[in-house]
Design a binder for this molecule. Structure first.
Ligand code: PGA
Length: 255
C-alpha cells in the first residue's frame, strides 16, 4: 500500500516562536499511530527545532523547502543535503513552482537534486504542474510529461523509489482556485501511467502522488477520495493548526 501524505509547506512565513507553537498544536492533534504521514516544511532556520519537538512523534516528519544539488562548496547562501541530513530532515520539497518562477529552478537540476537526496537518505517531494496559459491551451499533459521526462526518466529505480510526486497546477497555487477533483484525478492517473511505462507497475503502484493548490478543509475530502490522489501539499491552510488538522482528518477518512 502506498503512503498517504499530508504535507504543510510554510513557505517564508512564521518566526521561531510561531513555528514552535504551530508544531506543538499539530502534534497534539495527530495521533501517534496515525496512518497518515504528516510532513511539516518550516523555513530552514527552524527545521532543527521543529524536528526536535516532533522527534518522538512517529507520524510527523519534517521537510526542507529546497536543497542544493552539489555536495558542498562555494555557494553562498545555499543549503546542502548533507547539512539537512545532520538536522535529521526526512524530506525535501524540490521544484516548487515558486522556485521555478523566481529562482530559475529547472528539471535538469532537479534530477541532480533527487540523486543527491537519495544518496543522503532524504526523500524528495518533486513538484510539477502547468501554468494557466498551458491549461487554457489544453497542453497540460504534454507540459507535465516534459517536466517528468527531464527530471525523472534518467533516475535509477532506487532513486525513483525515493520520490513522492506533488502535482501542483500553478494556476491553483495561492489563488483560491482549486483544480476540480476530476481534473486532478485525471492528471494524477496520467502521471502514474507515465511512471509505470518507464519504471514498471510495482514502482508506480507504490508511488505517492499528492495534490497541491488551494487545498483546504472544504475541498480536501473530495480530492482525497480519488483513486490516484494520495494526499496533499498544503500552503496557506497549513499555517493554521485547525485547518491543517482538518485536512489530515479528511485524508484519514479516505484511507
Ligand atoms: P496553497 O499552496 O495551498 O496556498 O495554494 C500550495 C503550495 O504552494 O504547495
Amino acid at each position: 500500500m502506498r503512503k498517504k501524505i499530508v504535507a504543510g509547506n510554510w513557505k517564508m512565513n512564521k518566526t521561531l516562536g510561531d513555528s514552535e507553537e504551530l508544531t506543538l498544536e499539530i502534534m497534539e492533534g495527530v495521533h501517534i499511530e496515525s496512518p497518515i504521514v504528516v510532513i511539516l516544511a518550516p523555513p530552514t532556520p527552524f527545521l532543527h527545532r521543529v524536528k526536535a519537538l516532533a522527534f518522538e512523534h512517529k507520524a510527523i516528519k519534517v521537510s526542507a523547502q529546497n536543497c542544493h544539488e552539489k555536495e558542498s562548496g562555494a555557494f553562498t547562501g545555499e543549503i546542502s543535503v548533507e547539512m539537512l541530513r545532520s538536522l535529521y530532515t526526512d524530506y525535501a520539497i524540490i521544484g516548487h513552482s515558486e522556485r521555478r518562477q523566481y529562482y530559475n529552478e529547472n528539471d535538469a537540476t532537479l534530477q541532480l537534486k533527487i540523486k543527491t537526496l537519495t544518496k543522503w537518505g532524504i526523500r524528495a517531494i518533486y513538484c510539477c504542474g502547468e501554468p494557466l496559459e498551458i491549461r487554457e491551451e489544453n497542453q497540460q499533459y504534454e507540459y507535465v510529461l516534459d517536466q517528468i521526462r527531464t527530471a525523472l526518466f534518467n533516475l535509477t529505480a532506487e532513486e525513483m523509489a525515493n520520490v513522492t510526486i506533488a502535482y501542483e497546477p500553478v494556476w491553483a497555487i495561492g489563488t483560491g482556485k482549486t483544480a476540480t477533483a476530476e481534473q486532478a484525478e485525471e492528471m494524477h492517473k496520467f502521471i502514474r501511467t507515465t511512471i509505470e511505462g518507464k519504471f514498471g507497475k510495482e514502482l508506480a503502484d507504490n508511488l505517492s502522488i499528492i495534490y497541491g493548490g488551494s487545498c483546504n478543509p472544504s475541498n480536501a475530502e473530495e480530492l482525497f477520495a480519488q483513486n490516484n490522489i494520495d494526499g496533499g501539499l498544503i500552503g496557506g491552510a497549513s499555517l493554521k493548526a485547525r485547518e491543517f488538522l482538518a485536512i489530515i482528518e479528511a485524508a484519514r477518512t479516505n484511507l
